[in-house]
Design a protein around this ligand. Structure first.
Ligand code: GLN
Length: 492
């Protein structure tokens, strides 16, 4: 996520607070991705096996709504931190709420499940923008160590994301753990809840580290000394987020699906509004909303990792390795693993290319092209399941390609937001960036409803439609590049 990954790593010592923030975020992401890795499997598992017995369609829509809420709430969450309680308190309070949420998921029962989902969304909304803001605050504006610091932080995110599915997948899905539970007299159908509990433990570790090292943060993420926020602004923020969230949630109701057009109307209206104005600031904001649409398209496909790609790995892939059935959640470790392996290579590549490196619009087009390529790989993978379960290698190649795309888009996009936004609006534009992720996740849920596991040809055309969507978006991005360059006025 952070902006500096494509920039040079400096060898200079980092500020004392960074290692603490690194480990806190590592464990928070452990909890989030640990939960995400088993969520869809838990939802579609039959009630007799401890699951919720949802249909694929119900599970996909639920996943889209939940992960949309997580990112959408970063907008009011960041606002509350900036204007009222400060980032440090927001991390602490958000962290407690997240931990309670995972433990609610661990408790079992429908009311606890819904409570857990609401708590994780609210807590992450407070936590995620605030911890990133605290990393930023470690540095003066022109500190050359800033980009390297964000790169380390991004590694923390992905180490958490790599370890988590291994742990929660083992607990929730493996025969070994089920057998062990049964031998102790526990019901093996409760393994899902052990997985969610592990996520809760991860978040508790994050909180423990944060509180034990709180002295490191004196003066960092303080609450603002003057509270100059008018009630009108507060009301506008809450009405806008609650309204958007509510409209997108009810858009799943039969007859109200047209409300989903908001996902495209909102950014297009912003582009139209800002590109009509003459000034430089407005032109750059228009460019930001073009990147918004591209990012939304990207996340809508990328988030299939926890949805249709996860179901493919579970139902249609040959998961027996050396006689041992691998928990299908483990495939979700491939994306963070490739980020850790390839991230440094991208840094070296962009640094070596210097001013000759592709501009932001071209990197976005590359990301969308790689997305198309990754889903193209899933076409023969789907067809192969007509005869035998698919080889795990398809998914390895899929995750390799889509992760290369992520590295062309996610850090580059964040960096572009901070460069294109007028200085007084940087925080808001980062909120807009997370809003693109929220819209993308919602769309991921809607698209996920098309998944099918008993029709190889149908599944192949399902994956092909993602490839076509990504490819078309890549071409559109390339076509818009000259216009975007003018709008960006000097920013690359
Ligand atoms: N994988 C990154 C993180 O969890 C980026 C997520 C996003 O921006 N959608 O921090």
């Amino acid at each position: 996520m952070p902006g500096g990954i494509q920039l040079q790593i400096s060898g200079a010592a980092q500020p004392a607070g960074l290692s603490t923030l690194f480990f806190v975020e590592l464990w928070e992401r452990f909890s989030y991705y640990g939960m995400r890795a088993i969520l869809v499997f838990f939802m579609v598992a039959p009630v007799a096996e401890g699951g919720l017995g949802f249909s694929t369609v119900q599970a996909a829509l639920f996943y889209g709504n939940y992960t949309m809420a997580v990112y959408l709430l970063a907008l009011p969450g960041g606002f509350i931190a900036d204007r009222f309680i400060g980032a440090r308190n927001a991390v602490l309070i958000g962290g407690v709420i997240i931990a309670l949420g995972h433990f609610a998921l661990a408790a079992g029962g429908m009311p606890a499940f819904y409570a857990g989902v609401v708590l994780v969304s609210l807590g992450t909304g407070l936590f995620k923008p605030s911890i990133s803001a605290m990393v930023g605050e470690l540095y003066e504006a022109d500190d050359p160590r800033r980009d390297a610091g964000f790169t380390y932080f991004y590694m923390g995110v992905n180490i958490g994301g790599l370890l988590a599915p291994l742990v929660t997948g083992f607990l929730a899905q493996s025969a070994a753990f089920k057998g062990w539970l049964a031998s102790l007299g526990f019901d093996p159908a409760t393994t899902w809840h052990w997985g969610f509990a592990a996520a809760g433990v991860g978040m508790t570790i994050a909180l423990g580290i944060f509180m034990a090292r709180t002295s490191k943060f004196a003066g960092l993420g303080d609450a603002p000394s003057v509270r100059a926020t008018g009630w009108l602004e507060v009301t506008a923020m809450f009405v806008a987020t609650a309204g958007l969230l509510a409209l997108l949630l009810v858009s799943d109701q039969p007859g109200l699906e047209w409300l989903r057009y908001l996902l495209i109307i909102v950014p297009l209206a912003a582009i139209a509004f800002f590109s009509r104005r003459e000034d430089l600031e407005a032109g750059r904001i228009a460019a930001i909303f073009v990147f918004f649409v591209a990012a939304m398209v990207f996340w809508s496909a990328f988030e299939q990792a926890g949805l249709s790609i996860a179901l493919f790995s579970d139902r249609l892939t040959d998961n027996v390795l050396f006689g041992w059935a691998i928990p299908s959640a483990w495939y979700q470790s491939l994306n963070p693993m490739f980020v850790i392996l390839l991230g440094p290579l991208f840094i070296v590549l962009w640094t070596a290319l210097g001013v000759r490196q592709p501009t932001t619009p071209v990197k976005f087009a590359m990301a969308l092209g790689l997305l198309a390529a990754s889903f193209l790989v899933m076409v023969p993978a789907a067809l192969s399941t007509a005869a035998v379960p698919a080889s795990p290698l398809w998914l390895v190649v899929y995750f390799l390609l889509i992760t290369m795309g992520e590295l062309c888009l996610s850090p580059v996009g964040l960096s572009a937001m901070t460069k294109l936004a007028p200085p007084r609006l940087v925080g808001l534009m980062l909120g807009v960036w997370f809003l693109a992720a929220a819209f993308g996740n919602k769309l991921a849920g809607v698209f996920g409803t098309g998944f099918t596991s008993d029709d190889p040809a149908g599944l192949a055309s399902y994956f092909a439609s993602f490839a076509a969507f990504g490819g078309a978006a890549a071409l559109a991005m390339l076509a818009l590049t000259p216009w975007l360059k003018r709008q960006m006025a000097g920013v690359r």
